[in-house]
Design a protein around this ligand. Structure first.
Ligand code: APR
Length: 394
């Protein structure tokens, strides 16, 4: 069997690559380890930034970001109980960001790809990559019925997330992995409770908390907690008490909790994002602290650059963009890492109780004060939130 691109993983990165490839008439096969139901169940937040919304529009795929609650551009920062609103739009004409939970985007991309006749294979086990540095790499896997398959191709798109196999196919010594651990944990809670009017980020002496709309009658909440805290240490009453205190809202309406997890805030970048004919896309190459909502957007940006580069190579025999893929992706990756690091420190150095805590806390308050009062600071923030900073396009 043979194709042009084998895409490993059917998350936001893999499905975006697959949809865009079909739009430009390039063959591909998608191999996903999980079942369709498994992939659709994975719960994550998601703001699709302005740049990414317009990217989908430019490919004739505007509908894939529909289905989440609308985002009018306002974010609420509640600092020690005082509300300040920040506009995260840049004033340019055209569509703005969309609140689109990851599984809604994944479901829409899956449906669009299948409707378009795409080849999407679930429950593909033991995926392995061969001859990546030759002209025709091979991908082997075992199908759900136990049969073994081998696909030869021109390119492999490694879209299998943080714990996938493609990143490990890059030999030691070729790649460098840069990591940062904030030493901060988050409890994330999904509940059937009324959404806020605007995404709300609260900074308080008790720590960070956030409340995001998830649907017409559902919400996602975040609470800063010790790193590696056990979700079992957060019974319902403790969750709602902590939210009422940190959000400074004694009247917060609770609801049944449907999901509860903890994770650590950290950053990771795998450099370079290419090895031979293998191109890493999305979480396979980089992990971001969720502050700023850039993780999924970077995956969409990588996917767009990768597909345009493949199109140039396949149609016109021009591999300039392929050679530039890693450098161009990494430029935006590091810019977004910096943004997400800055925002993470700004909203968390609030309740720090180490020796330098009071100092850092005042620095963080000064940053927030600048953000809500200075037009220049607001503009820089909007530029990063929309993803439209023109300097980063090259
Ligand atoms: N073989 C085949 N598929 C695999 C393998 C494997 N060995 N390992 C992982 N996968 C699949 C997973 O089952 C998953 O469906 O690859 C997919 C990877 O999806 P994500 O982890 O969502 O990664 P990505 O598509 O890069 O998405 C990036 O979405 O997960 C969020 O926080 C993330 O916002 C970021 C964005």
């Amino acid at each position: 069997e043979s194709t042009t691109v084998v895409v490993i993983g059917a998350g936001p990165a893999g499905l975006t690559v697959a949809n865009l490839l079909r739009r430009c008439g390039v063959d591909c096969v998608v191999l996903e380890r999980g079942s369709r139901a498994h992939v659709a169940r994975r719960q994550r937040a998601g703001i699709v930034e302005t740049r990414a919304v317009r990217m989908f529009e430019s490919w004739g795929l505007a509908d894939v970001v529909r289905g989440g609650p609308p985002h009018d551009g306002l974010l609420e920062f509640r600092i020690d109980g005082e509300s300040r609103f920040v506009d995260d739009r840049d004033g340019s004409a055209g569509s703005g960001a969309r609140l689109c939970p990851q599984q809604v985007l994944v479901e829409n991309l899956t449906a669009a790809h299948l409707a378009d006749g795409g080849d999407l294979r679930y429950e593909a086990a033991d995926v392995s990559l061969h001859d990546l540095t030759g002209d025709r790499p091979t991908v082997r896997y075992r199908a759900a019925d136990g049969t073994r398959h081998s696909i030869s191709c021109d390119f492999v798109a490694g879209c299998d997330g943080e714990h996938g196999v493609t990143r490990t196919a890059v030999p030691e010594g070729v790649a460098t992995v840069h990591t940062f651990d904030h030493g901060i944990g988050w409890l994330t809670v999904l509940a059937d409770a009324p959404p806020p009017a605007h995404p709300l980020l609260a900074v308080s002496p008790e720590g960070f908390a956030a409340h995001f709309p998830r649907g017409p009658r559902s919400s996602r909440y975040y609470l800063q907690c010790p790193p590696d805290d056990d979700p079992g240490a957060w019974p319902d009453d403790r969750v709602w008490d902590a939210l009422r205190t940190r959000l400074a809202d004694p009247a917060l309406v609770p609801g049944p909790i449907t999901d509860r997890e903890t994770f650590r805030l950290r950053g990771l970048v795998h450099e370079p994002m290419r090895h031979g004919q293998l191109f890493l896309v999305g979480d396979a190459a980089h992990i971001l602290s969720p502050m700023g909502g850039k993780g999924m957007n970077l995956a969409l940006h990588d996917a767009d650059l990768f597909v345009r580069a493949v199109r140039d190579a396949v149609r016109g025999g021009d591999d300039t963009a392929l050679r530039d893929y890693s450098r161009r992706c990494l430029r935006r990756v590091w810019s977004d890492q910096e943004f997400s690091h800055w925002l993470t420190r700004t909203v968390h150095e609030a309740g720090d109780d180490t020796d330098s805590g009071p100092f850092l806390r005042r620095l963080a308050r000064a940053r927030l004060d600048r953000l809500v009062t200075s037009p220049g600071a607001r503009h820089a923030f909007a530029e990063l939130m929309t993803g439209l900073d023109p300097a980063r396009e090259e």
